[in-house]
Design a protein around this ligand. Structure first.
Ligand code: ADA
Ligand code: CA
Ligand code: CA
Length: 212
């Protein structure tokens, strides 16, 4: 009997050498990119990690792709972009570039495990209709943990579970959309001026959260 693996694992060794990247690493549909804990850094061709818009990502995950065990070092340029459904596991941003992760196209995106710190403004940017699940994740020292694209009215469902979120200059989730929702559970948070900004109160659900 032939056993066909459900996914193809592409190791860092065969698909991209860790260290400074001057082209975006593309994780294709059905691929699992395992960084094996190695560090990936943006070269100047991708961006300097400042607040200048239009920088390129270090990784682009296509619909159905997955990435795990990756460390993003400084400068981080525009971090990671997702196009469709994507799974991210154990991703550590030692520094946040312009932002850390952007949902560029409609899909379900799950980030499970890891941490991100030190950004001037947004950590996670949502530019398309999406369900974004973040769990077992530690986010600190930024402006907003999650921001839905300013002025956009599509629906985003944010699910936050078992996270530790601290030292945000503004909020955990900010949206301008009256239909977007947030469910936050079992999460510790510290030094957040407004937990949810712009979210319709009927669209907020919380349980088991602790402020510290
Ligand atoms: C800002 C900017 C958008 C987009 C976004 C992003 O919200 O106004 O045009 O560039 O950042 O994806 O970083
Ligand atoms: Ca931006
Ligand atoms: Ca960006």
């Amino acid at each position: 009997m032939t056993i066909v693996p459900a996914t193809t694992t592409v190791s860092a060794a065969t698909s991209a050498t860790p260290g400074v990247q001057n082209t975006t690493i593309i994780v294709k549909s059905g691929e699992v990119f395992d960084g094996k804990g190695q560090r990936y850094i943006a070269g100047s061709a991708l961006g300097d990690g400042s607040q200048q818009e239009g920088q390129k990502p270090i990784f682009r995950i296509e619909n159905g792709g997955a990435i795990k065990n990756v460390v993003i070092g400084a400068p981080a340029a525009d971090g990671i972009h997702t196009y469709g459904n994507a799974t991210l596991q154990n991703i550590v941003w030692e520094d946040i570039g312009e932002d850390a992760l952007t949902i560029k196209q409609k899909g379900n995106v799950t980030l499970d495990g890891g941490s991100a710190t030190n950004g001037d403004d947004k950590m996670f940017q949502i530019n398309a209709e999406a369900t974004f699940t973040v769990k077992n994740f530690k986010g600190s020292n930024a402006g907003k943990f999650i921001r839905q694209l300013g002025g956009s009215t599509f629906k985003v469902n944010v699910i936050i579970d078992r996270c530790d979120i601290s030292n945000m200059k503004e909020s955990i989730f900010r949206t301008d959309s009256s239909t977007s929702t947030v469910k936050m559970t079992n999460t510790r948070y510290h030094n957040i001026p407004t937990k949810f900004r712009g979210v319709n109160s009927a669209n907020i659900s919380e349980s088991g959260n602790v402020q510290y």
